[in-house]
Write a protein that binds this ligand. Structure first.
Ligand code: AMP
Length: 187
């Protein structure tokens, strides 16, 4: 079973992905975490992406596509993929479809956590205190939200026609969202 958790920054994608990976023995594919790792390691990729990430801009498709390609073709992760933060653009969504098809896989569930801008700002300001992420300051949050509205929203139109697409109120409490997700997943 492969799952996409989709939604704006601060929607709670990572939190729900972590729950699902424990419950279903899955693998969280968080492009944000992978990119932050590259920055921490001060790798070549890390050096190329640090400015974009700190500015709330997207990282080049070529880099993120390569990161997820490695996961999709990893036999250990096959049909256990929980995508969190990917795809974020129409071209990424099409790339994902292509890679899944090439590896004889499909998306079983797409959960869209819908949250309004004010809630996002409040949540991310709280998260900044706990996680100390450099892209969680107010200016960057606003840029990340704008980037989401411009580039990521079209992905919704792409997925909303899919019978496995489910919209969930992302302003609910964590366990309420989890319960809603569980009502759709039949195992
Ligand atoms: P996240 O942890 O998912 O909120 O991602 C943090 C930042 O990483 C984003 O603001 C982007 O700069 C970058 N990023 C994460 N995932 C992607 C992606 N799929 N495409 C492009 N940039 C991404």
């Amino acid at each position: 079973m492969n799952i996409i958790i989709f939604g704006p920054p601060g929607a709670g994608k990572g939190t729900q992905a972590k729950y699902l990976l424990k419950k279903f023995n899955g693998f969280q594919i968080s492009t944000g975490d992978m990119l932050r790792d590259e920055i921490t390691k001060d790798s070549e990729i890390g050096k190329r992406i640090i400015n974009n990430m700190n500015d709330g801009k997207f990282v080049n498709d070529e880099i993120v596509n390569k990161l997820i390609e490695n996961c999709i073709f990893d036999p250990e992760k096959k049909n256990k993929l929980i995508f969190d933060g990917y795809p974020r653009s129409l071209s990424q969504a099409k790339n994902l479809d292509f890679l899944l098809e090439s590896s004889d896989q499909k998306i079983d569930y797409i959960f869209f956590l819908n949250v309004d801008k004010d809630t996002i700002i409040k949540r991310i300001e709280k998260r900044k205190i706990i996680e100390k992420r450099s892209d969680d300051d107010l200016n960057t949050i606003l840029k990340r939200y704008d980037t989401y509205m411009e580039t990521t929203k079209p992905v919704l139109d792409f997925y909303s026609k899919n019978p496995n697409f489910h919209e969930i109120d992302g302003s609910l409490k964590i366990d309420e969202i989890t319960r809603k997700i569980e009502t759709f997943i039949n195992v």
